[in-house]
Design a protein around this ligand. Structure first.
Ligand SMILES: [Zn+2]
Length: 616
């Protein structure tokens, strides 16, 4: 199955596993099976200690300007008589060298070996950390510039500005630990926020009744292979890397489509676009069927507080995406998503489900001024350079959300799911963009699940997974009843390390719905991917494409010829579409007939800015 567990934790044996699953259902929705197992607590972290940046960056020396950032935790105390353990090497960031140490009350650095001695004095202490950027960002621009224009001066932006250097800093270093407790400070929480917030529920480290909150962060148009955990050589994204280090990276994650509305619809419903109804992204005539059960509704029904914030107007309430959210803000400005998310984290009562949707790095690629020029001349095109800079921008926003989770003491009881809705093409098939084809560059997505107190850390899983799996996975995770129709599978067996033939060799389906009107469009496509074979059907033209991803990963050689035997892929695809049709009919309510979505001015402006509507 390709799981490559690097944390070295030992799982409970299978008998304990089943016992723990049983207990978890018995105890209700707050517990994850593994948290009940009897033989693992000593080997698993029970808390995450946040270390926050302190002071400014310091270039190590002016000739080789490697950046060094310092970090410090809040005061730490021993928890009862438990043996204290820090998981020092479990967090690793690509291009960064991390080091850790102890600090006494007077601010003196103390070697890690002195831990027991310090604990015996029963005084609070702190952890300090340091992060040294050792990546290629300083070296490559010069090489790229030399190759491109040896006679001219270095283009502006080749060297990082002071602000850019400062902004590269990881916002948080978490240290997994056992047997300690840390008192989070709450700077920035105003008196009024505290006064009006729901009664805080605070749980100590190791408390098995801690709730599990869920924060789902969707980064629009984030192409998986442009992030460090998926192998990009130089894009700096320490917080995405941090989540990968704390959790599971699904290396073969597929979107349901290559456009926002159909894909997010599949995340929210566990259904393929042809079943949930939001089949097109550029029309006002495609929405989630009014009868479809939604993910946020499942959370709400289970007693979670629910909130959603999105800067992409494709997923407004108008199109049916706000169901189950007690608070849903869409569209908001891109730069408003993080401050609003932080406000929600300060006020939401637990347990909660928070959905964040960042529209960048969606076109037009316009990184904020402080990030412009970060990767100039490093990729084959200026568009891709700016796209990469937007990824680093988003990464910092994600970092601020993670930091707030830590500061609120929520990091160790929150499952974080980072996902993208689709990728982006940079002329691999003659075009720049997404939402028209179903080739790998636009349908491969990021999917990283982090909950280090309940799941092993640093796992890379190469099982093929898809958007429609997210709903059933969360449903089984919390022990809820599944909706009547779900077209994905739960990843629970995968997360438990059980190999399943069903998961490894199942067909995945991909969709594209084009056009501005309500009906079919000549560019409409449906595709099936089974193992390495991808069959694409142009449904209106009745044309076919067939690719072998193993022999032809760039999908350049269409193997389809008239008379070519394409069963059983063709019958899998047609059976699937018939299933979608039946589910879609089931969930279509009578009051949908003649429905037309009326866009509000803010939505029109947002959609125009994203290139969805004519006029830009
Ligand atoms: Zn999108």
């Amino acid at each position: 199955m390709g799981n490559d567990r690097t944390d070295g934790f030992v799982f409970c044996d299978s008998k304990m596993k089943y016992l723990s699953i049983y207990l978890s259902f018995f105890l209700g929705s707050y517990l994850w099976p593994f948290s009940v197992s009897a033989d693992t607590p000593a080997k698993r972290p029970t808390t995450l200690i946040g270390l926050y940046p302190t002071g400014k960056s310091a270039p190590e020396n002016p000739i080789s300007p490697r950046l060094v950032f310092d970090y410090l935790s809040d005061p730490i105390t021993r928890l009862g008589n438990e043996k204290v353990r820090f998981f020092v090497n479990s967090v690793q960031l690509k291009d960064w060298k991390l080091s850790w140490g102890l600090m006494d009350e007077q601010g003196n650095r103390v070697p890690m070996e002195k831990l027991e001695e310090m604990l015996s004095r029963n005084r609070p202490f702190r952890l300090y950390g340091s992060a040294l950027y050792d990546g290629s960002l300083f070296k490559k621009p010069l090489e790229a510039w030399k190759n491109k224009s040896p006679s001219s001066a270095p283009p502006e932006g080749v060297f990082l500005s002071r602000t850019q250097q400062e902004n590269l800093r990881p916002e948080l270093l978490p240290m997994p630990a056992v047997g300690v407790s840390v008192k989070p400070t709450l700077p920035g929480t105003s008196f009024f926020t505290r006064w009006f917030r729901s009664p805080p529920r605070r749980f100590s480290a190791g408390d098995s009744n801690r709730p599990t909150n869920v924060v789902m962060i969707l980064v629009d148009t984030l192409r998986a292979d442009h992030t460090p955990p998926y192998g990009h050589p130089f894009v700096v994204a320490p917080h995405i890397d941090l989540l990968a280090s704390l959790g599971w990276v699904f290396t073969r994650s597929y979107g349901a489509s290559s456009s926002t509305r159909p894909s997010v619809g599949s995340i929210f419903t566990g259904l393929q676009p042809a079943a949930h109804g939001a089949v097109r992204h550029a029309t006002q005539a495609a929405w989630l069927h009014l009868g479809v059960p939604l993910l946020a509704q499942a959370f709400q029904k289970a007693g979670f507080s629910t909130a959603g914030i999105s800067s992409n107007a494709q997923i407004t309430g108008q199109f049916g995406f706000d169901g189950g959210f007690q608070a849903y803000e869409c569209p908001v400005w891109e730069k408003a998503v993080t401050p609003r998310a932080i406000r929600q984290l300060q006020t939401l009562s637990e347990p909660f489900f928070l959905y964040l949707h960042y529209n960048a790095p969606h076109a037009p690629y316009e990184p904020p001024p402080e990030w412009r020029g970060l990767y100039d001349h490093l990729t084959p095109s200026p568009e891709e350079d700016r796209y990469c800079a937007e990824i680093t921008t988003d990464d910092r926003r994600i970092g601020l959300v993670l930091k707030e989770l830590a500061k609120q003491g929520l990091l160790d009881r929150t499952l974080i799911w980072l996902v993208s809705d689709h990728g982006e093409e940079f002329w691999e098939h003659g075009w720049n963009g997404h939402g028209a084809k179903v080739f790998e560059e636009t349908v491969r997505t990021v999917s990283i699940v982090a909950d280090p107190l309940h799941l092993p850390m640093g796992v890379r899983c190469d099982q093929p997974v898809t958007h429609v799996d997210i709903f059933p996975t969360l449903t089984e995770w919390f022990g809820w009843k599944k909706p009547r129709y779900v077209q994905g599978i739960s990843w629970l067996p995968i997360l438990q390390g059980r190999e399943t033939t069903e998961a490894a060799h199942r067909p995945l389906f991909l969709h594209h719905g084009g056009g501005l009107g309500p009906g079919a469009h000549e560019s409409d496509k449906e595709a099936v991917l089974l193992d390495n074979q991808k069959l694409i059907w142009w449904t209106q033209k009745n044309e076919w494409e067939l690719y072998d991803l193993h022999l032809d990963p760039g999908e350049k050689q269409n193997q389809w010829r008239p008379g070519l035997e394409i069963q059983p892929l063709e019958s899998l695809l047609k059976k699937h579409l018939e299933e979608c049709r039946i589910i879609g009919m089931e969930y279509t309510l009578p009051n949908e007939a003649g429905k037309s979505v009326e866009l509000r001015p803010a939505e029109i402006e947002n959609l125009k800015a994203g290139g969805y509507l004519q006029g830009k």
